[in-house]
Design a protein around this ligand. Structure first.
Ligand code: AMP
Ligand code: ZN
Length: 138
């Protein structure tokens, strides 16, 4: 179902024109208007999902399959040195458009894209305790 006031619903369903790289019944892939790097693409499902928490596994797997094809097309066309897949959920994680989308970002040695974080040192039992708790929920 599409949301009337959602820009990515309108883009994904072709009501607003976009630099489209790929389209099928599930999703549209466009070039980001304010790219982190040349070729920065967004895989956008045609159906509205706010974020990953409301997305079903079948749609997610189709989106990721298309992202791999986009990555290979970028590799062939732009010859990047690397590539990031980024997918933000919630304001705390940097999401600004609240319709699920996956960023596919070509990377070049010494480019100015900044995705790295500061690694933390977990408490002694933290990984074991938390992995057991999470395991029960999957
Ligand atoms: P996020 O911060 O993960 O929600 O990413 C939103 C992305 O959408 C940003 O990289 C924006 O540059 C991009 N964006 C916003 N509006 C448009 C638009 N009309 N066409 C293409 N990309 C857009
Ligand atoms: Zn939407």
């Amino acid at each position: 179902m599409s949301k009337d006031d959602c820009i990515f619903c309108k883009i994904a369903n072709g009501e607003i024109p976009s630099a489209t790289v790929y389209e099928d019944s599930i999703c549209r892939v466009i070039l980001d208007v304010n790219p982190a790097n040349k070729g920065h693409a967004l895989v956008i499902p045609k159906e509205h999902y706010d974020d990953i928490f409301s997305m079903d596994a079948d749609t997610a797997s189709k989106i990721f399959t298309i992202a791999t094809e986009v990555a290979k097309a970028q590799k062939a066309e732009l010859n990047p040195d690397g590539l990031n897949i980024v997918q933000n959920n919630g304001e705390a994680a940097g999401q600004t458009v609240f319709h699920f989308h996956m960023h596919v970002i070509p990377r070049f040695i010494k480019d100015d894209v900044n995705i790295k974080w500061l690694p933390k040192k977990p408490e002694a039992d933290e990984l074991e305790t938390l992995s057991k708790a999470l395991r029960k929920r999957i």
